[in-house]
Design a binder for this molecule. Structure first.
Ligand code: CMP
Length: 132
């Protein structure tokens, strides 16, 4: 069993995709261990995206993620990290395949609805950061 950090971003909440996304996660067979719906502050989001600190779009991401509520989740299942990344689809919506969450619902590279940890190390770090 593996645990991963999943966040439905403000555009996912605004576009009323919470039910659709949670349903996909559950139907796949994963278990949602913890979840919270809240508006994260700048400090938390800057820390979450620390690896992108020097990218030109860093400020844009921070403003986007802090503009409204997100659903932060801890999701458990076999190979949950890799399988959730597969279900989420590519960051670039032009490359995200139909059937994936981004392939079906995202049309922007920056506002891409959902985040999932990309490795065991990231999952551990992100779960600790968002849930303590
Ligand atoms: P995520 O998978 O959460 O991790 C990094 C985030 O940076 C990514 O989703 C996007 O929201 C954002 N991002 C990645 N590439 C770009 C880009 N070229 N321009 C703006 N935002 C981006």
């Amino acid at each position: 069993m593996e645990r991963t950090f999943i966040m439905i971003k403000p555009d996912g909440v605004e576009r009323k995709l919470l039910g659709e996304i949670i349903s996909r996660i559950e139907k796949k067979g994963f278990r949602i261990i913890r979840a919270k719906l809240f508006q994260p502050d700048r400090e938390l989001v800057e820390e979450h995206y620390i690896e992108h600190k020097d990218k030109p779009f860093f400020e844009e991401i921070v403003e986007y993620i802090t503009r409204g509520s997100v659903m932060a989740m801890e999701v458990e299942g076999d190979s949950a990290i890799e399988m959730m990344r597969n279900m989420i689809g590519a960051t670039d919506p032009k490359k995200a395949l139909p059937g994936t969450i981004r392939g079906d619902f995202a049309y922007s590279i920056s506002e891409n609805i959902i985040h999932g940890s990309d490795s065991k190390e990231s999952a551990k770090r992100e779960l600790k950061l968002w849930f303590g």
